[in-house]
Design a protein around this ligand. Structure first.
Ligand SMILES: CC1=[NH+][C@H]2[C@@H](O1)O[C@H](CO)[C@@H](O)[C@@H]2O
Length: 496
C-alpha cells in the first residue's frame, strides 16, 4: 500500500500502524454522517472515484449512531477541535476507515488524503486489478493558511466550462479551496453582463492571437460556482480595473473619455488602457457589473484587479480604487486586489494580492502594519505561466524561471519583509494564459508546480523539506499518468 508519508500536501501529523492494512472489498460500505446531505454528497463523490477503478459496489448509506465497525465512515462528530473547520482526523484499521471532521469541508479534505493513500490505479476510469489496500494509521490534519488558491486567466485565452471543471477537479486533489477567475482584460471580456450585453458579445469575441474568444453565460458561471462548491472550492471573479480594460472600452464608446471606442486588442502588451476616472458613467457601469457579478457569486471575495494602471494618473488611480472599493462593499463583498491597491486607501477588509518579484515592498509592509491582509503570489515563485527552463515551449520568463525547487523553496509566512504570518491570508498560484491555449497546456504548467504551492498553503512549515517533498511529489506522477494529466517531467524530481 501507499505509505502515509507520501501524501501531498503532507499532513500535520501522520502515524503509521505497522503491519496494519485496510482492504476494500465487495462488502465495503461508505457510511455518511446520518442526517447530513453534505456528508452523503461527499460519500457519493468518493464512490464516484472508487467504483469505476475498483469495480466494487461501495454503497453510500447513513452512518449508524455509533461509529461503524466496518467500511469507510465519513462522520461530522468526534473530530478534535484543533482541526478547525477545514481539517480532519483519519483512522485506518484492518476493520474500518474512520474519517472525522467538524465541517463538511474537513471531510472533503480528508477524502483527498484517503484517495492518495490508495494506489494510483484508483484514479482509473476502468476496472483495474486490486488489491485496494490502505496503510493503517492515524492522521490529524488541518491547514496552516485558510486561503489556498489558484488563478486561471480566461481572458487572454478563453477556456470553456469543461476545461475549468477539469482544473477544479485537479485542484481538489491538493486541497486548494479558492479558484480566482480572471474574467476580463484587454484581450477579452468573458462573463455575460445583462445590463451591458456588448461586453461579452463583442468584448469577448476574440483573444490573444486573434482566435475566436468566447464567454460564460450567467448560467455557465453559476454552474461553475456550483461545481466548484461541490469540491469545496470558492470561486472569486476578477474584473481587472482601471487598467487592463480595452475589451470593455472597445465594447462601449461612451465609456471612453474621448467617446471613441478603441479597436479590439489581440496582442500581449499591458498598461495601455484605462477606464475614464472623471466620467460618472464609469461608476454606473461598475456598479451594474459588480452588482450582477456579486449576485452570482456566493463567495465572500470580489477581485477588482488594480494592476499596471500605467495609463491612469496616480491621483486618478487613488480616486478610482477608493470609490470602487465602496461599490464592492455596497454589494456585500470583500475586495481583493493586486497589491498595487495599497497605493490607494485600502478598506480594512481589503486583501492585497502580492505579485512582486522582491522580498521587500515598503508600501505593502506599511499596509500590513496597518492591518491589511496579504495574499502571497510572488511572481518568481507562484506564477505558473513562467517557463520551467529557457527551452520550455510555453510560458514567459519576465519574473524568472520557476521549476520545482523555486516553487517550493520559500516560506509564505516570512517571505515579504514586514508581512508576517498573521498578515498572510494564504497563497495563490496564478496561471496567465498569453501562451496557454489548451487543457494540455494548463496541465503542463500547473503540474508539478501547483502541488508545491498547495503544500506551502496547507502544511505546517515545520514539515518543509525540499528533498522529502520531491520524493512525495514524484510519487504523484503515476497518479497523474492514470488521470491523463500532461505534466512536465521536471529534471529536479525523480519520477517513478
Ligand atoms: C498581476 C499581473 N499583471 C500582469 C502580470 O501579473 O504578469 C502577467 C504575466 O505573467 C500578466 O498577464 C498580467 O497582466
Amino acid at each position: 500500500p501507499v505509505p502515509l508519508s507520501s501524501v501531498v500536501p503532507i499532513p500535520v501529523s501522520a502515524t503509521a500502524t505497522s503491519g496494519v492494512t485496510h482492504t476494500l472489498t465487495a462488502a465495503t460500505k461508505i457510511y455518511a454522517q446520518s442526517g447530513s446531505t453534505p456528508a452523503s454528497d461527499i460519500g457519493g463523490y468518493l464512490a464516484a472515484i472508487l467504483r469505476p477503478s475498483t469495480g466494487l459496489p461501495l454503497p453510500v448509506v447513513p452512518a449508524p449512531n455509533s461509529a461503524p465497525a466496518d467500511g469507510i465512515a465519513l462522520l461530522l462528530t468526534g473530530a478534535p477541535a484543533a482541526v478547525g473547520a477545514q481539517g480532519y482526523q483519519l483512522d485506518i484499521t484492518a476493520a474500518n476507515v474512520t474519517l472525522r471532521a467538524n465541517q463538511p469541508a474537513g471531510l472533503f479534505a480528508g477524502v483527498q488524503t484517503l484517495r492518495q493513500l490508495l494506489p494510483p490505479a484508483v484514479e482509473s476510469t476502468t476496472v483495474q486489478p486490486g488489491p485496494w489496500e490502505i496503510a493503517g494509521g492515524h492522521i490529524v490534519d488541518y491547514p496552516r493558511f485558510g486561503y489556498r488558491g489558484a488563478m486561471l486567466d480566461v481572458a487572454r485565452h478563453f477556456f470553456g466550462v469543461a476545461a475549468v471543471r477539469r482544473y477544479i477537479d485537479q485542484l481538489a486533489l491538493y486541497k486548494v479551496n479558492y479558484l480566482h477567475l480572471h474574467l476580463a482584460d484587454d484581450q477579452g471580456w468573458r462573463i455575460a453582463i445583462n445590463s451591458w450585453p456588448n461586453l461579452a458579445v463583442y468584448g469577448g469575441s476574440t483573444a490573444v492571437g486573434g482566435g475566436p474568444g468566447g464567454y460564460y453565460t450567467q448560467a455557465d458561471y453559476s454552474g461553475l460556482v456550483a461545481y466548484a462548491a461541490s469540491r469545496y472550492i470558492t470561486i472569486i471573479p476578477e474584473i481587472d480595473m482601471p487598467g487592463h480594460t480595452n475589451a470593455a472600452l472597445a465594447s462601449y464608446a461612451q465609456l471612453n473619455c474621448n467617446g471613441v471606442a478603441p479597436p479590439l486588442y489581440t496582442g500581449t502588451n499591458v498598461g495601455f488602457s484605462s477606464l475614464c476616472v472623471p466620467l460618472e458613467l464609469t461608476y454606473t457601469f461598475i456598479d451594474q457589473v459588480i452588482g450582477e457579478l456579486a449576485a452570482l457569486t456566493p463567495g465572500p471575495y470580489l477581485h477588482i484587479g488594480g494592476d499596471e494602471a500605467s495609463s491612469t494618473t496616480p491621483a486618478d488611480y487613488t480616486t478610482f480604487i477608493n470609490r470602487v472599493q465602496q461599490i464592492v462593499a455596497a454589494h456585500g463583498k470583500t475586495v481583493l486586489g493586486w497589491h498595487d491597491v495599497v497605493h490607494a486607501t485600502p478598506l480594512p477588509s481589503t486583501v492585497a494580492q502580492f505579485w512582486g518579484t522582491t522580498t521587500t515592498d515598503s508600501a505593502v509592509a506599511a499596509a500590513a502594519a496597518a492591518g491589511t491582509k496579504v495574499l502571497m503570489s510572488p511572481a518568481n515563485r507562484t506564477y505558473l505561466d513562467m517557463k520551467y527552463r529557457n527551452n520550455t515551449r510555453l510560458g514567459q520568463k519576465w519574473a524568472g524561471l520557476i521549476d520545482v525547487n523555486q516553487a517550493y523553496g520559500w516560506n509564505p509566512g516570512n517571505y515579504l519583509g514586514g508581512v508576517g504570518e498573521t498578515s498572510v491570508l494564504g497563497v495563490e498560484a496564478p496561471l496567465w494564459t498569453e501562451t496557454i491555449r489548451t487543457t494540455a497546456d494548463i496541465d503542463f504548467m500547473a503540474f508539478p508546480r501547483l502541488p508545491a504551492i498547495a503544500e506551502l498553503g496547507w502544511s505546517a512549515y515545520a514539515t518543509h523539506d525540499l528533498t522529502v517533498f520531491k520524493t512525495r511529489l514524484g510519487a504523484q506522477g503515476p497518479r497523474w499518468r492514470v488521470m491523463g494529466i500532461n505534466y512536465y517531467h521536471s529534471t529536479q524530481v525523480t519520477w517513478p
